[in-house]
Design a protein around this ligand. Structure first.
Ligand code: HEC
Ligand code: HEC
Ligand code: HEC
Ligand code: HEC
Ligand code: HEC
Length: 314
């Protein structure tokens, strides 16, 4: 029993150290922003479509509550993975009276949108792909640990980059496709990379580029995003109710003929590793960002489904 503990301790210690080093957020002792700093981190929600999980570092620290640790209000977030932990208590240390206003008894019901000023995500992006006829822009909902992270990728790459069955294609490369028109909730983000000028403009309002899988066949390059089936997909949606289960299944098999679902255990490593299918430098990422993307600090946690308990800091 003891031995086992000794074997695990160094792993946890290494994780904590690398966590602390990688976390440039001095005030964020809990490391919450390690994951929550990314615009586009969203999960699907029943009522209004998506629930933003992004918290912008600068905006948070300069907000009225910026000096308060996340966990002082979020009293039930004790470990990762966590999901659906919506309980907050604003009276653990503050709002107990005196100089600080005492909160009314029903304050819990008035807290929706508390972080709204600190959150950004894409609220609409029309692309002409068949995928988007049937799937939302943020399409992942099943796996509570990774769905938010997978969803944020939809803001900078097409579905095919991850989902194409690479056995069906030759000479694949990965390149930016030219601009698309996106609507944002919060501050626009992303990259407007122009493959012709090889220049990236940061935060070019509303117009941005996404990475596409590109096949080169007989000397000709063509981006793999399925627009050929879009009309058929729309027709399918219209008459879906009248189809019997077999017909439906056959059609779906057809629409997904080049698509595969990947295991999380391999999916992140296909890009975030030294064997990445993406050439980050060629795509225009600078050296620091390339290194960050290859050695992504949260990857181990996500891929190995390890439970990590936040240290009690107060
Ligand atoms: C002063 C208290 C307070 C602090 C400090 C605080 N939060 Fe929140 N947080 C809230 C409230 C209130 C909600 C809204 C809860 C609800 O909708 O019922 C919320 C919601 C959230 C949500 C869910 C998304 C949403 O918008 O509803 C996330 C994610 C979150 N907080 C992360 C953080 C992180 C990360 C930090 C630290 C950087 C932090 N919070 C600091 C009070 C706080
Ligand atoms: C390893 C990554 C990671 C870390 C570290 C992390 N979170 Fe999260 N958090 C997530 C993900 C992913 C989700 C979305 C889960 C889902 O899809 O339901 C989430 C969801 C949330 C939610 C919203 C729950 C909901 O469904 O409305 C809150 C609140 C939250 N986190 C607060 C925190 C706080 C506070 C900390 C620090 C103590 C923290 N998180 C640290 C990854 C992380
Ligand atoms: C006509 C509607 C339709 C179109 C078009 C479509 N999908 Fe789907 N997709 C579905 C439905 C419905 C499911 C769930 C049922 C199933 O498993 O077949 C699904 C499931 C999936 C899955 C999960 C498969 C699994 O094994 O669990 C992936 C990945 C996926 N779609 C990606 C795509 C991509 C990428 C495209 C564009 C090339 C696309 N889909 C086009 C309707 C569609
Ligand atoms: C960064 C890579 C990546 C991108 C980009 C991506 N996916 Fe996925 N997707 C995955 C992985 C990995 C899984 C398997 C998740 C799991 O096992 O829980 C998955 C699972 C799915 C599923 C089934 C499980 C679920 O979470 O509902 C659907 C449907 C799906 N993807 C559709 C799409 C569509 C449509 C797009 C484009 C809008 C897209 N994906 C873009 C990596 C990606
Ligand atoms: C097909 C390639 C690909 C796959 C697969 C992939 N990623 Fe990424 N990921 C990227 C790229 C490219 C970026 C940077 C995009 C940008 O900043 O413009 C990125 C960014 C991120 C970021 C934000 C980091 C940052 O510094 O911007 C996180 C977090 C992340 N990925 C997590 C994951 C996880 C977890 C998985 C597996 C579930 C995964 N990724 C799978 C290509 C991929």
């Amino acid at each position: 029993m003891k031995k086992k503990h000794f074997a695990i301790l160094p792993i946890i210690a290494c994780f904590l150290i690398s966590w602390a080093i990688n976390s440039a957020f001095a005030l964020d002792e809990g490391g919450c922003l390690t994951c929550h700093q990314y615009p586009g981190l969203v999960r699907l929600a029943k009522k209004n479509g998506v629930k933003a999980l992004h918290i912008d570092e600068d905006k948070y620290f300069s907000s009225p509550h910026g000096k308060i640790r996340c966990a002082e209000c979020h009293i039930t977030v004790e470990k990762v993975p966590h999901a659906g932990e919506t309980e907050v208590d604003c009276t653990t240390k503050c709002h107990q009276g005196g100089k600080e206003k005492k909160l009314p008894a029903n304050y819990q019901s008035t807290l929706k949108g508390f972080h709204k000023q600190e959150q950004s995500y894409i609220s609409s992006l029309q692309d002409e792909s068949s995928c988007r006829v049937c799937h939302p822009l943020y399409p992942h909902s099943e796996n509570t640990l990774v769905r938010g992270f997978l969803n944020l990728h939809a803001g900078f790459m097409f579905c095919e980059v991850c989902h194409i069955n690479r056995n069906n294609f030759n000479n694949l490369s990965y390149e930016w496709e030219s601009s698309e028109n996106a609507e944002f909730s919060g501050i626009p983000f992303g990259t407007h990379y122009n493959p012709q000028t090889k220049k990236a403009l940061k935060h070019s309002l509303h117009f941005f580029s996404r990475i596409a899988a590109v096949e080169t066949k007989n000397g000709k390059r063509h981006a793999l995003m399925n627009t050929g089936d879009t009309a058929k997909a729309k027709a399918f949606v219209l008459k879906e109710k009248n189809l019997n289960p077999d017909e439906k299944k056959n059609k779906l098999t057809y629409f997904h003929r080049d698509i595969e679902k990947k295991e999380i255990s391999v999916a992140c490593d296909e890009c975030h590793s030294t064997n990445s299918i993406l050439d980050f430098n060629k795509l225009g990422f600078d050296q620091k960002k390339t290194k960050d993307l290859i050695y992504l600090n949260i990857k181990g946690l996500v891929m190995k489904y390890k439970t990590f308990y936040f240290p009690k800091l107060f």
